[in-house]
Design a protein around this ligand. Sequence first.
Ligand SMILES: [Zn+2]
Ligand SMILES: [Zn+2]
Length: 585
Amino acid sequence: MKIEIIRHSLAHILAYAVQELFPAATEGEPRQGRGVKFGIGPAIENGFYYDFMFKNPLTPNDLPKIEEKMRELVKKGFSFEKKEISKKEAEKLFSDQPYKLELIAELPENKITIYKSGDFVDLCAGPHVKSAKEIPVDGFKLNEIAGAYWRGSEINQMLTRIYGLAFETEKELADYLKMQEEAEKRDHRILGQKMDLFHIDENVGPGLILWHPKGALLKKIIMDYALNEYLKTGYQLVDTPHIGKLNLWKTSGHTDFYKENMLPPMHMKEIGKEEKDDYQIKPMNCPFHIVIYKTGIRSYKDLPLRYTEMGTVYRYEKSGTLHGLVRVRQITQDDAHIFCTPEQLSQELFSTLKLTYKILKDFDFKEFDVYLSTQPEKYVGSPKVWEKAENSIKYSLEKLKIKYETDVGGGAFYGPKIDIKIKDSLGRPWQCSTIQLDFNIPERFDVNYIDQKGKKQRVIMIHRALLGSIERFIGVLLEHYVGSLPLWLAPVQAWIIPIGTRHNQYAQSVKKDLSSLRVEVKDENETVSKKIRNGELQKIPYLLVVGDREMKNKSVRVRAKNKDLGEIKLTKFVEKAKAEIEKKK
Ligand SMILES: [Zn+2]
Ligand SMILES: [Zn+2]
């Protein structure tokens, strides 16, 4: 908590520095004009900000000067003094500060607290450090200027927000900056562009991904791999429409509890008299899988039934929260629904978890944050089934030696769930896999099976997506590998680069010999060094240069990860590549 107080206190000091540098007096720097107006300045994750209204716009070039002033002020070591005043006094004190006056108007009559730090007075409830001496003089840095609407509302004026970072030590700040630098290097939006995988087009719409040939191929490789694993372990492939009658989502309850994430319904009657029903673009695949399940009478002997689909769903996400591939409006899920009896539940959970771990490990993820969310206060289904389900999950997690945290009472009203966050090579967690039990939807759709005694019983349903959203998963993979995808995933695994036109024919014969790989011959009229540069930029795993020597020796000169690995016999290279693909390394 201490650091939060430091961060918030720094917001005051930032405002103090601004007050000193952009004074209200007529003298002062000519371009600043007069009278900075002060907004608010809270602590945030990793730092703080303060909103100001400057008469003339500020530029990032102004930040070092403000930061220097802040340091100068911190070194003075003044104290933060609290004072309680009346509303009248506050209004007088902040008479030239319209934003403060707006805040004061909302405060109680006689309990207005102000804080004085040095020559700066601010309206604030605290808490702050006692003295500026407590602030690490090398632990903070101003890092950004942005526009921000007063109180976050578009109908208000746009203010200038200055952001700062703050940590308890200089080293922590340096570590954070280093981490940021690393994160920037692996930003999947930039890598996606360099590698020519995808783009988002303003003519198409935010959160909608346009996959280019190599990106689409990458997506297919991942989906094919996952689907194959599912089919091998007893899942059945289904395929369902992207739209369906709105009524389905009324039955499922989504129009109530999932409304905000759904796109508006389509009024079919507007286009033709014969269509009376409204349709909905699907936010989830579940109702369709249930409808398939219900096409027959299912006996306990038919269960478990596991329906899987690379299902594309559409969800409304606020445009401000969209982010490259990791938060989109069109999501391809490696979705599945398992229908089973209570007796089969343990085994199903165990095998689902086991499969999840196998798959995530194949993608080189080794560390996970696992959360089990249990029965909330309001729930549907019988307490006995909840207990059994939770115990089965715990048992499976423990048997598989998976460390997890329990979020007591954090489950959805319809069932407990397991969320798995994968940690990338920078240690950042990403929500991917989810396994959710559902005691509600089988009830709403009246989904049954016939038990040993010939009696109708309610089925138990598990929703699960192991990669989660394929879009997000690819974003995470790109950041995890900094774009250098392992050979088995790389959409283009090698380029064959002939040195001169007289080597083109040999290049083509090499391509034939490498027919088990995804290979391109780069015989366009460009220098070899330029092709190598492009190949490295596009993170092509192997660049195979061929000239006279290679032609004579039936070999290739191999470059991988910016290194020259020398000449390798073609047959050897094929073996090496095959082994690499086999090991998924
Ligand atoms: Zn304060
Ligand atoms: Zn579902």
